[in-house]
Design a protein around this ligand. Structure first.
Ligand code: ATP
Ligand code: MG
Length: 438
């Protein structure tokens, strides 16, 4: 029942014809058996890295991790990691095994892998190689360590976090002895490099419904900034956010909201998240909290009644309390203000976070998201740079050069967003005269 990837099949064939043992292994076998499409196909083989490079030719190979036995091979437009069968010792530095030994038998290689569902290999000749009952565990939805759990988590504590990551991804239960060892040894996670932690944490948070797998004790070690109370409060919000890698900043913001913008930045910087991810998450946290830094249940995201002043009345607050979501002028103002500050993707993430925080306003946020998409596609003016006049036009119209120019442009934008006049040259220049007169 494994529909083999074409490139992987080619590579296995080449290895077999040269007399080596070779299989696809790990995640791709697991995902195939689950009926999912693997995102990459890893191979393992008895060929040593040097032998693999000779067989495939240097120009097709990238020596990504020779000392660990891994060569990346280009085949049919794809990239494939081919790793020599190996065993490994402990991970003293929490990053790499201290020593790896190349071995001739795939079963020994499978024995060093973390969980039974990840410890299966396959090729067409031999079918499934499954010495630890991975297929049965897949069928009953169980995460179970290969071998003695205590020993496996002592060798590499990151496996504790991976345990919850895979359980969350598939909605699996954790076999009790494996869960018990993970709980007992979770303090060891603080010796694991922060890069490895971040990668697993991101994957855990990208699962369909991770809340049940955000274990208090384990999160306490990898995210000590977050109190147990804050974690408990964040859980339902995290699950209500969209899943998947692209929505990671939304999930992170939901989880870290209680830390505020600065705390969120500090925490994500400590975890060495990418700058883009830190910035995006921090913006969401900032917008979800008031200008005084507090979070208020009834304050719609990104709408600042103080900045809007009395002109817009209670704006969004009034709109969201209506039964049906309709696109009123105020709603458009709200969307345009947001698009003036952030790109469409961020505005849509804000709407997603708003929905998770205030599910009773889901329809409003959906409408906001749709409206923002349309405004953005139509190129509707939301920024000074989109105005039909620029600073030079203003100077030509008699506005004195200097910082005042920027102020006038912003006032013009405000009028355009409020639809007091259209974004047209003549209308804007007339408005300038009026501004000057007032
Ligand atoms: P994903 O689809 O998320 O990439 P994956 O199973 O491919 O899932 P990886 O982290 O890419 O997960 O690891 C590939 C394989 O290597 C795993 O299936 C597992 O067999 C093995 N593995 C990875 N990390 C460890 C580890 N820390 N300890 C033991 N085995 C590991
Ligand atoms: Mg993988």
């Amino acid at each position: 029942t494994i529909r083999m990837d074409e490139g992987a099949a080619e590579l296995l064939d080449t290895l077999h014809r040269a007399g080596y043992a070779a299989y696809v292994v790990g995640g791709c076998v697991r995902d195939s058996l689950l009926g999912l499409t693997p995102h990459d196909w890893d191979l393992c083989t008895s060929a040593l890295p040097q032998q693999g490079m000779e067989l495939f030719g240097e120009e097709k190979c990238i020596p990504t991790g020779l000392q660990h036995g891994t060569v990346t091979v280009k085949q049919g437009g794809g990239l494939y990691e081919i790793t020599t069968f190996r065993t490994e010792g402990t991970y003293t530095d929490g990053r790499h095994p201290d020593e790896v030994h190349f071995v001739p038998d795939v079963r020994e290689d499978l024995a060093r892998r973390d969980f039974t569902i990840n410890a299966m290999a396959y090729n067409v000749k031999e079918g499934l190689v499954d010495p630890f009952g991975g297929q049965a565990d897949l069928q009953s939805g169980i995460l179970r360590a290969v071998g003695v759990p205590h020993q496996r988590f002592t060798e590499d504590a990151l496996r504790i976090l991976r345990l919850y990551r895979f359980a969350a991804r598939f909605g699996f239960a954790i076999d009790p002895p494996t869960a018990q060892a993970a709980q007992e040894l979770c303090a060891h996670l603080d010796c694991v490099s922060v890069e490895r932690i971040e990668e697993e944490l991101a994957k855990l948070l990208s699962a369909p419904a991770p809340a049940a797998y955000l274990d208090e004790k384990i999160l306490g070690v990898v995210l000590p900034e977050l109190s147990p109370e804050a974690l408990a409060a964040a859980k339902p919000v995290v699950d209500a956010c969209p899943a998947g890698e692209r929505a990671l900043p939304v999930r992170l913001a939901a989880l870290l909201l209680s830390l505020g913008e600065d705390g969120t930045r500090r925490t994500l910087r400590r975890l060495r998240c990418s700058n883009a991810c830190i910035e995006e998450t921090a913006v969401l946290v900032r917008e979800a909290r008031g200008r005084d830094g507090s979070f208020s249940e009834d304050r719609p995201l990104g709408w600042d009644p103080v900045a809007e002043g009395n002109r817009a009345g209670d704006g969004m607050a009034r709109i969201v309390s209506e039964e049906k979501a309709t696109v009123t002028p105020d709603f458009t103002i709200y969307a345009r203000r947001l698009l003036g500050k952030y790109n469409l993707c961020t505005v849509q993430r804000l709407a997603a976070l708003g929905t998770a925080l205030q599910p009773e306003h889901a329809a409003d946020f959906a409408a906001l998201s749709e409206l923002a998409e349309r405004l953005d596609a139509d190129g509707v003016c939301c920024r000074v740079s989109q105005l039909a006049v620029n600073g030079r036009d203003l100077m030509a119209a008699g506005v004195p050069a200097g910082p005042g120019i920027r102020k006038v442009l912003e006032a013009l934008l405000d009028g355009v967003i409020r639809e007091e006049y259209p974004n047209e040259r003549q209308a804007l220049l007339a408005a300038v005269q009026q501004l000057a007169a007032s």
